[in-house]
Design a protein. Structure first.
Length: 185
C-alpha cells in the first residue's frame, strides 16, 4: 500500500511521504488563494473551492480564512456554510451533508497520533473519518475529534469538544460534548 492508501484506510502512515507532502502543499496554495479573495469575487472563490474539495454541492460558502490539510478528502453537500477561521484536518474523509452551518473557528480533526511515545517518535500517524449529517449547526469554537459522526438535524453548542458520536435530533454541548436534550422535529 502507498502511504496515501494507508492514510485513507485508517492505517499508520508516514506523513512525510513526498506524495502527501506535495498534496498538502497544493492545498496550502489553494487555501492561500481562497483566503486572498473578497466577497465580490464569488466566481473565483467557487472555482478555487471546486479545485480544492473532493466534492461540493450547490451554494457552498466559506468565509476566509479557511485552512485544510488536503482538501480532496472533503465532500460537502448543498448550502454548506463555514464562518471565519475554520480548520479541517482531512487526512481521512470528511463528509458533510446539506444545509450545514459551521460557526467561526470550528475545527474538524481526522488526524490522530499513537498513544505510545516510541511509535510517535517513529513519525507515524493515522486518521479516522468524520461524518456530519444534513441540517446540522456546529457552534463557534467547537472541536470535532477523529472518528465522530454527528446525526442529522442536531446542534452542537459553541465551544464543545465532540469526542464521540452525537445522535440525530439532539442539542449536545460541553467538554466532553454530551446530549443535553432532544430537539423537536
Amino acid at each position: 500500500m502507498t502511504e496515501k492508501e494507508k492514510m485513507l484506510a485508517g492505517e499508520p502512515y508516514d506523513a512525510t511521504d513526498p506524495r502527501l507532502v506535495e498534496e498538502r502543499r497544493r492545498a496550502r496554495d489553494l487555501t492561500h488563494a481562497l483566503n486572498e479573495t473578497r466577497d465580490a469575487e464569488k466566481e473565483l472563490r467557487l472555482s478555487i473551492l471546486r479545485e480544492l474539495f473532493g466534492g461540493m454541492g450547490e451554494e457552498v460558502w466559506i468565509e476566509p480564512p479557511f485552512f485544510c490539510d488536503y482538501g480532496g478528502n472533503i465532500r460537502l453537500g448543498d448550502r454548506v456554510y463555514f464562518n471565519f477561521n475554520c480548520v479541517v484536518l482531512d487526512c481521512a474523509e470528511v463528509v458533510v451533508g446539506s444545509d450545514v452551518l459551521f460557526g467561526p473557528a470550528v475545527q474538524i480533526y481526522t488526524a490522530t497520533h499513537p498513544m505510545e511515545a516510541e511509535v510517535r517518535r517513529a513519525g507515524l500517524e493515522s486518521a479516522k473519518p468524520v461524518t456530519i449529517g444534513s441540517d446540522v449547526w456546529v457552534g463557534g469554537g467547537a472541536i470535532l475529534l477523529p472518528g465522530v459522526t454527528i446525526g442529522a438535524r442536531s446542534v452542537i453548542g459553541a465551544g464543545s469538544v465532540v469526542t464521540r458520536d452525537v445522535p440525530a435530533d439532539v442539542f449536545a454541548a460541553g467538554n466532553p460534548c454530551r446530549v443535553i436534550r432532544a430537539l423537536g422535529s
